[in-house]
Design a protein around this ligand. Structure first.
Ligand code: PNS
Length: 160
């Protein structure tokens, strides 16, 4: 069997400890894991693409088989270009399932050769999302233990 390449896509605005937990789990299963940052978002992100890539590169440096890349357009096309056999997604709670199911089935329609694999992050992160991190940071709450120190620092700078 050929080495299995997986793509882990998302907005990562910003990367959280929940994302890193999943990346670590994925890095132990797949030969190569490409963390793919969506560039052309509908909503304006809090961190621009370069900032999001920098934070991910800084926080995933320890894993030799993990790389960070950006993508535009369809995820299915990006996965095909990278010769990936897997799209990795995290599911935190039942509420994530419906959206994830729709995406996985659409991606299968677009690229039948690629399988979506769902993994569960540690329970400690089951309530965590980038959206909540942005909100808590904006309102001055503590994010210790929820995002890496480098991300906490960037959020602090952004909000003074
Ligand atoms: O973790 P997120 O931020 O919800 O990630 C969403 C993402 C980037 C995985 C999704 O929006 C995506 O794949 N966008 C690329 C466009 C695409 O391929 N759309 C059709 C897939 S259903």
């Amino acid at each position: 069997m050929k080495p299995v390449i997986a793509v882990y896509p998302g907005s990562f605005d910003p990367v959280t400890n929940g994302h890193l937990d999943l990346i670590e789990r994925g890095s132990k299963i797949f030969h190569r894991l490409i963390v793919a940052v969506l560039q052309n978002q509908e909503k304006e992100p809090m961190f621009n693409l370069n900032e999001r890539l920098d934070m991910l590169r800084e926080t995933t440096r320890a894993w030799q088989n993990v790389e960070v890349d950006a993508f535009n357009g369809l995820l299915a096309d990006f996965a095909r270009e990278k010769d990936a056999r897997v799209i990795l997604r995290g599911i935190r709670a039942v509420s994530d399932y419906e959206y994830e199911l729709q995406m996985a089935l659409m991606n299968r329609k677009l690229e039948p050769q690629v399988e979506t694999v769902f993994m569960l992050p540690a329970e400690a992160y089951s309530f965590l999302s980038s959206r909540l991190v942005r909100e808590v940071a904006r309102l001055g709450g503590t994010l210790r233990g929820l995002v890496p120190p480098a991300v906490e620092e960037r959020l602090r700078k952004k909000f003074g």
